[in-house]
Every structure is written in structure tokens, then in C-alpha cells.
Design a protein around this ligand. Structure first.
Ligand SMILES: Nc1ncnc2c1ncn2[C@@H]1O[C@H](COP(=O)(O)OP(=O)(O)OP(=O)(O)O)[C@@H](O)[C@H]1O
Length: 500
């Protein structure tokens, strides 16, 4: 059978980087084809070529249903039946669901005005085809991230797409939303639509894939049916190491000294929307890795924003026995707190600046004497972190904008770790990060704890929380619903505390 899309010998060169090097890929109608590979392997670049966002270097061939094509731009890709759903959602919040689905191609009535009745009815039909109950007239801004993602899928279906590409679609979804999305993906494949699914989550890959293609350093390593693949083999193909060699044994470096004590942390303003943080109290010890777990909406990020001064709070925070008032992030930084945010693109990085400039933003004064920056020391400190975390960049002078998503995340982590705060809060530190880099991030956090840093890890990845924490605090609806030592913290115990 002719594949729906066939790419042969596809290469892409950026200044100083060969992102793709003679990649071959065949996509069939009705299959879920997972694309796996470490950060910077070239997955997004390949997707951008498939959707006409980027042009491949001359020499490769793309065929759609057996016909050679040059995909000129995203509109042309859509006309060929190829759509993409990005992780950073492309929906407009202050338009309705139906307006988003039909954006820029609204059906017109005889009078030349938008035919809202038809637009709403057609949207309702597509949504019910997907088996989801969302009101076509609801404003998209009022929907959850998971629902917004479904709107994008509805849009792709309404284009009559034959191939839908999903770039890490579950990265920001709750467990429940991910399950709904995966069900939807299976259903679409059952209707003959081909799906390209990019993911770093091993469980998910094995749950959803018919076939898996692994890219490494811009080359196709292998394409296999998921049946013929094991976790060990997949990890070896991706990062060239064995799974059991990746993650070392946990060693606790927690001391008895309480470094930070939080008492009665509560929301300052009565707020009808979202979570209401109430009476959160805990101690953080020197050298401890304290995990914070909770389902989406439990209030984990809100608590961390209070401690970091970006959200007003009631209650008391003491550091080394002294009460501190943290009214802004600069107060928090002065008190020795660092925060690796969940949202790296808007809060963590200046995308137009280089890796080196972003890296030293948090601690530039360390490289200054009098009014001069010692560039040599700054660059060599940056290079050391590039090596430790395996940041894939041609040099410290590359603009962060040009790094792959996972490598941007590593830069955020590096810039805060290098500042050596006494307390480091990391929110979803390994989101979008490949399994090899995940092990490197865990090792780095453990090493920082050994050096006496206290670390709070917020993650919705339960196995990750259990793997790196000395102790786990569970939040539910803005309150602490459980505190478990490493020995007590089992998947079931933590989940029970999180769900009640
Ligand atoms: N516009 C660009 N200019 C320069 N280099 C780029 C550009 N876009 C991507 N690259 C480089 O190409 C390589 C492949 O990046 P790509 O984003 O395709 O990786 P990826 O496999 O999607 O990674 P991740 O899992 O981190 O999302 C990386 O080394 C990246 O830094």
C-alpha cells in the first residue's frame, strides 16, 4: 500500500547545525506513528518541513499519496491534508469555540455576513464526532488547557485532515485529560487518519503507538512496530545507554537543620476563581529534596509563587530562624531563593539573547570586577553547565530562540543552579526533557543537595517525585492533604492523599 506521506533523504542545515541528515520516514493512513528521540534530535524540525513552515535542503523528496510535492507553506500543507497541533496552543482565548474552529474561513450567509448558525452547528457536529461535550458558543478562554487542545483537534478534523501531527500534546495536561486525548487519538486513527505523535513519555509511547521511529542527531536510527519494541530497546536507540544505567540510587543529604519554615500560608485576597491556598505549613531542611505533588489545580504552583514573592500571601515565612517578608521576587532572591519556573518561554528566558547571556543573568556580578565583566570566566562557567546537562548548542553564543524546547529548559535550570541559591524551587523541571537529560537533571539536583542546597521539586510526574524526593508533601484543593517520608511514599499512598 502506498504510504500517505513518504519523506526520503530529507536534510536541513541551520548556521552551524545540521538538524536533519538524510532522514527517511513513511507515514501510513490510520496509524499512530510515534516520533521519539532526545532533545535536539530533529523531531520538531522534521514536523516543520512536513507542514511547510520550513523548507528542506535541496536533494530530498516528499511524496503525498505517491505524488512528489514541494510543500510551500502551512496553507499548502493543509490543502494536502496535513495539520499540526502545537504544544503552545494556537487558539484565540477571546473568541468562541466555533469562531476558533472556523478562524479565517468563516462560512458566510447569503447577505455576506458570517453564518453563525451554520458555524455553531458544524462545530457541534465535529465535537460530537469526537465524543466531547463543549458548547460551541463558549469563550475559549474559559476552557481548561485539555479542552482547548480538543478544540485544535476539532479544527484539524474540520479541515478534513488526513494526517494530524501532535507535538508533545500531553505535556501540559492532567492525567485525566491525557487519557481523554489518547482515546481521541486512537479513535481518529480508527477512522483512517494518520497521526504523528511526538512524546518523551515512555508509558504513553507504548500505550498509543503502532510504529515508532527514533531520531538521533538528525538521523533516522530505526522504525519498528511498537510490538517489537521494549522500553530498554527504545531508550538504547534514543540515548545509546541502558535504562538501568541512567538513574542512579537515591542518596539523601538532608540534615536536621531547618532552613526554611512556612506557617499558615494562605491566599491574601479572597479569590473566587481558581484554587484557594489555605493554611499551608511545612519545614524545609538543609540539603533536603522536598517533593510537592498534587493533581492539576491543587495549588502547587500558587504556593511556590507565594514563597517566591510573585503572589501576595498571608502567613509567615522564616529562613534560618529569621522571619522574612517576601513581597517581590527580588526580596525572595535576596533571601536566597531561586525559582525555575514551569513556563520557561514567558518567565524563564529571554529568547532573543544568547545561551551565555541568559545563563549569567541571574548571577552576572560573580563575573564582574570593578565595572568589567570577565567574559572568559563567564563563558567557561557556562560551558561547564552545557557539558554537565548535555545542552545541545553549537556554542554559548547561540540565541536561545534557536535551541530545541528541551534544551531551552536545561538553560533555565543551569542559570538558577549556577546562582547557588540556598533554596532552589524547581517547577516541572523535566517537562519536555528526554529520558537521558532527565537522569542528568536528577543527578544535578542531587549533587546540589549534597552541597547543602535545599530543593523543592514540584512535579505532576509522580514517578519523578518519588524518585528524587527525600520527603513528599501532597496538596489537594489548596491545602496539605498528606506528608510522606521517602519510605512511606508509594504511588498508591501519594495518589490517595492527592485525590482523597
Ligand atoms: N532556527 C534555528 N536555527 C538554528 N538552529 C536550530 C533552529 N531550529 C532548530 N535548530 C537546531 O536544530 C536541532 C534540532 O532541533 P529540533 O527542535 O528539531 O529538536 P527536537 O528533536 O524537536 O527537540 P526537543 O525534544 O527538545 O523538542 C537542534 O540542535 C536545534 O538547536
Amino acid at each position: 500500500m502506498t504510504p500517505f506521506l513518504e519523506m526520503t533523504g530529507i536534510s536541513k542545515t541551520f548556521p552551524g547545525v545540521k538538524a536533519l541528515d538524510h532522514v527517511d520516514l513513511q507515514l501510513r493512513a490510520g496509524e499512530v506513528h510515534v516520533l521519539a528521540g532526545e532533545n535536539g534530535a530533529g523531531k520538531s524540525t522534521l514536523m516543520k518541513i512536513m507542514t511547510g513552515v520550513l523548507r528542506a535542503d535541496p536533494g530530498g523528496v516528499i511524496e503525498v499519496e505517491g505524488e512528489p510535492v514541494t510543500i510551500k507553506d502551512p496553507v499548502h500543507a493543509r490543502a494536502l491534508g496535513i495539520s499540526i497541533i502545537y504544544q503552545e496552543l494556537a487558539v484565540v482565548n477571546n473568541l468562541t469555540v466555533a469562531e476558533n474552529v472556523f478562524l479565517a474561513r468563516e462560512p458566510l450567509g447569503p447577505s455576506g455576513l458570517i453564518d453563525r448558525r451554520r458555524m455553531n452547528a458544524e462545530t457541534r457536529a465535529v465535537l460530537s464526532e469526537l465524543g466531547v461535550e463543549i458548547d460551541p458558543e463558549a469563550m475559549v478562554g474559559t476552557l481548561s488547557i485539555g479542552q482547548r487542545q480538543l478544540i485544535e483537534i476539532a479544527r484539524a478534523i474540520s479541515y478534513r485532515s488526513k494526517l494530524i501531527i501532535m507535538d508533545e500534546p500531553t505535556a501540559s495536561l492532567s492525567h485525566h485529560e491525557s487519557a481523554t486525548l489518547l482515546r481521541m487519538v486512537r479513535k481518529l486513527a480508527g477512522q483512517g487518519i494518520g497521526i504523528v505523535f511526538i512524546s518523551h513519555k515512555l508509558e504513553e509511547i507504548f500505550e498509543i503507538a503502532d510504529r515508532v521511529t527514533v531520531l538521533r542527531d538528525g538521523r533516522t536510527v530505526d522504525t519498528r512496530p511498537a510490538d517489537g519494541m521494549t522500553r530498554d530497546l527504545l531508550v538504547r536507540l534514543m540515548v545509546d545507554r541502558d535504562l538501568d544505567q541512567l538513574f542512579g540510587h537515591h542518596r539523601s543529604h538532608a540534615t536536621d537543620e531547618v532552613l526554611m519554615s512556612v506557617r499558615g500560608l494562605s491566599e491574601k485576597r479572597a479569590n473566587d476563581e481558581g484554587v484557594h491556598i489555605s493554611d499551608v505549613s511545612f519545614d524545609l531542611r538543609r540539603g533536603e529534596v522536598l517533593g510537592f505533588f498534587g493533581l492539576v489545580g491543587a495549588g502547587r504552583t500558587e504556593v511556590m509563587e507565594m514563597i517566591f514573592g510573585s503572589r501576595p500571601y498571608l502567613g509567615e515565612i522564616s529562613i534560618s530562624g529569621r522571619s522574612v517578608r517576601i513581597a517581590s521576587p527580588s526580596d525572595a532572591i535576596e533571601s536566597g531563593i531561586g525559582f525555575v519556573t514551569e513556563d520557561r518561554q514567558s518567565l524563564g528566558l529571554v529568547l532573543g539573547m544568547t545561551v551565555r547571556e541568559n545563563f549569567s543573568l541571574t548571577h552576572l556580578s560573580e563575573y564582574c570586577s570593578f565595572d568589567f565583566v570577565n567574559r572568559r570566566r563567564e563563558t567557561s562557567a557556562c560551558e561547564a553547565y552545557i557539558k554537565t546537562l548535555g545542552i545541545k548548542t553549537p556554542s554559548p553564543e547561540q540565541k536561545v530562540l534557536n535551541l530545541s524546547g528541551g534544551n531551552q529548559q536545561k538553560v533555565v535550570l543551569a542559570k538558577w543552579a549556577a546562582r547557588r541559591p540556598r533554596i532552589l524551587i524547581v517547577d516541572e523541571p523535566t517537562r519536555g526533557i528526554d529520558i537521558g537529560a532527565k537522569a542528568e537533571v536528577h543527578a544535578l539536583l542531587n549533587r546540589l543537595a549534597e552541597e547543602g542546597m535545599s530543593i523543592i521539586v514540584v512535579s505532576s510526574d509522580l514517578p519523578e517525585v518519588l524518585a528524587i524526593s527525600d520527603r513528599v508533601i501532597v496538596l489537594k484543593e489548596g491545602r496539605i492533604s498528606g506528608e510522606l517520608s521517602r519510605e512511606e511514599a508509594t504511588q498508591e499512598g501519594v495518589m490517595l492523599a492527592a485525590t482523597g
